[in-house]
Design a protein around this ligand. Structure first.
Ligand code: MN
Length: 250
């Protein structure tokens, strides 16, 4: 075990079969969690439950994969933003199943970035499947780093784009499945350690055939330890410090 508390800065606690129990378990262990919602409607019940939990931050989300059916919920999302410090899951997805709604996704994401810019002090977990360049273009245009902190979730945009994201002030949340790919490991090795966070994206990732829970971020710490050639405890300390830095910005 690491000495610093664990950090899972992108997961979906409300998509576990018993989400009330998932919240309670994270708080009992003392793991620091940024949990996503995929629609603003779901955020309300997550937010109410999180009020009773010290270590859980629920993100106000509108998932890019849901824009085709739920894009009109952007109005509700905007109404709720004054109450939400954390935003996610948001972003773009140009994968084969979702590319059809890409233009609508861009319109929604632009509204999200502009609203966060106006509100100030928000922390965003951003999805960028097959759309890293467009995501970075939009962040550069609509949300300067002093107005909001971007955490790129499961970023696979490659080394050039990762470098650009660092210049734009972005952070990166890394999960263990990403680390299976040597290209991703090379990319991560070039990102400054003070921009790295850990995530599971549970229940969507798996470990030993089972959906990952936030406690499985220990796997990511091991993977980062191999990249950085540091003991797992030191990696945990770095990630926890990075998380505290972001948390203090809002
Ligand atoms: Mn996710």
């Amino acid at each position: 075990m690491t000495k610093s508390p664990l950090v899972d800065f992108h997961c979906h606690l409300d998509l576990f079969p018993d989400y009330v129990r998932a919240f309670a378990e994270c708080d009992r262990v003392g793991i620091e969690v940024f949990t996503m919602t995929t629609t603003p409607r779901a955020w309300l019940r997550n937010w109410e439950l999180a009020e009773k939990h010290k270590h859980i931050r629920p993100g106000l989300g509108l998932h890019p994969q849901l824009i085709a059916e739920r894009g009109s919920e952007i109005k509700l999302w905007e109404d709720l933003l004054p109450r939400a410090k954390f935003v996610g899951e948001v972003g773009l997805d140009a994968g084969p199943c979702y590319v059809k709604s890409f233009e609508d996704q861009k319109q929604v994401f632009q509204r999200i970035l502009r609203a966060c810019n106006e509100a100030g002090g928000r922390i965003l977990s951003v999805h960028s499947i097959r759309s890293a360049k467009t995501v970075l273009d939009m962040i550069e245009r609509w949300l300067p780093p002093q107005k909001g902190k971007i955490i790129l979730h499961w970023f696979t945009g490659g080394r050039t784009e990762a470098k650009r994201a660092v210049q734009l002030g972005c952070f990166f949340s890394v999960n263990h499945q990403m680390l299976h790919n040597p290209k991703n490991r090379e990319m991560i090795a070039e990102i400054p350690a003070d921009r790295i966070l850990t995530e599971t994206d549970g229940p969507f990732t798996k470990l030993a055939g089972k959906p990952c829970t936030p406690m499985d971020v220990t796997e990511v710490l091991k993977g980062l330890g191999a990249i950085w050639k540091k003991p797992v405890e030191d990696v945990g300390t770095i990630v926890f410090r990075n998380m505290m830095g972001i948390d203090a910005m809002v």
